[in-house]
Design a protein around this ligand. Structure first.
Ligand SMILES: Cc1cc2nc3c(=O)[nH]c(=O)nc-3n(C[C@H](O)[C@H](O)[C@H](O)COP(=O)(O)O)c2cc1C
Length: 307
């Protein structure tokens, strides 16, 4: 049987298969990122980093519910100055593209952090304009197309590496927002970040998370994420889509690609399946492509729109 080509060109980044680590699930350190690459990921995204160090919220910051995780960690991070050391260390050992996720409280801040990340060796940056639980950044930026466009333009003029924009599903029309981001220069769209959610302890009668509200991830959000990818692809935006949200199996990955994703990211499933989830997804995807008679994984991107 003919071999199947799993390689993907993601806005100039060479990926040996379409699986990537999603931001925030496994921090920053070179060792943890390396364990994910050993597990089969073809690219890794770091946890989001900002201009200044942040402690994040008090515990509890993550809660397991019957249908997924809800987190409101509050963007804890060491600040970009400190983090450049980790980027350099990670670059020295990783044999796959390293994407640094950045956030800021203004377009200027996003640009400064992105520039420092690229100077330290990031192969691309992913703009977190979608965190649902910190005020004046994240989703509060990504929900306003003009503000988002300004952030993307500033970052694009500050760095010469690909700029990915990670969108929130907590909007009325994600296709419109993706279109604005791409018009402003985004090289790829990541969809989606977590879905705004909360849970209440019926005995204490109080919200469980210290921040009260957080973001839901895991299998419960997969159909929402697939719909978002489908809607962005439908707009025929001139940039690849990175699908993310509830992927745990090769079948999920195929579904996202049929909806229009060129690559996929995995986060929460690492907690349940371990780092080898990337190998399992890639293996299953390859078998599916062979069985269906495709020669390259790129052939199935967006196929659901043709049927
Ligand atoms: C504990 C936790 C921390 C996260 N931190 C970040 C982050 O720092 N930046 C970001 O863009 N997304 C962050 N996310 C969102 C994930 O990258 C991903 O978009 C989301 O969890 C959906 O994918 P999944 O269902 O595969 O986890 C975080 C998710 C979790 C569960």
């Amino acid at each position: 049987m003919e071999n199947v080509d799993l390689k993907v060109n993601l806005s100039g980044l060479y990926l040996k298969n379409p699986t990537m680590l999603a931001s925030g699930i496994l921090g920053y350190s070179a060792q943890t990122l390396e364990s994910i690459v050993e597990g089969g990921a073809a690219a890794v995204v770091t946890k989001s980093v900002g201009l200044k160090a942040r402690k994040g919220y008090a515990n509890p910051t993550v809660v397991q519910t019957s249908c997924g995780l809800i987190n409101a960690v509050g963007l804890p991070n060491p600040g970009i100055e400190e983090f450049t050391r980790d980027i350099r260390e990670a670059k020295a050992v990783l044999k796959v593209p390293l994407i640094v996720s950045v956030y800021g409280f203004s377009a200027e801040e996003y640009a400064i952090v992105a520039e420092k990340a690229v100077e330290a060796g990031a192969d691309a940056v992913e703009l977190n304009v979608s965190c649902p639980h910190v005020k004046e950044t994240g989703a509060e930026i990504g929900q306003k197309p003009e503000v988002l466009a300004e952030v993307v333009r500033k970052v694009k003029s500050a760095v010469e590496k690909p700029v990915f924009v990670k969108l929130s599903p907590n909007v009325t029309d994600i296709g419109e927002i993706a279109e604005e981001a791409v018009k402003a220069g985004a090289d790829a769209i990541t969809a989606i970040n977590t879905v705004k959610a909360m849970t209440i302890d019926i005995e204490t009668t109080k919200p469980v998370l210290s921040n009260r509200k957080g973001g839901l991830s895991g299998p419960a959000i997969k159909p929402i994420a697939v719909r978002c990818v489908y809607e962005i692809y439908e707009r025929m935006v001139k940039a690849p889509i990175i699908g993310c949200g509830g992927i745990t199996s090769w079948q999920d990955a195929v579904e996202f690609m049929l909806a229009g994703a060129t690559t996929i990211q995995i986060g929460t499933a690492i907690a349940t399946k371990g780092p080898n989830v990337f190998k399992a997804v890639t293996r299953g995807l390859k078998a599916y492509l062979k069985r269906k008679g495709f020669r390259s994984v790129t052939e199935i991107v967006g196929l659901a729109h043709k049927s």
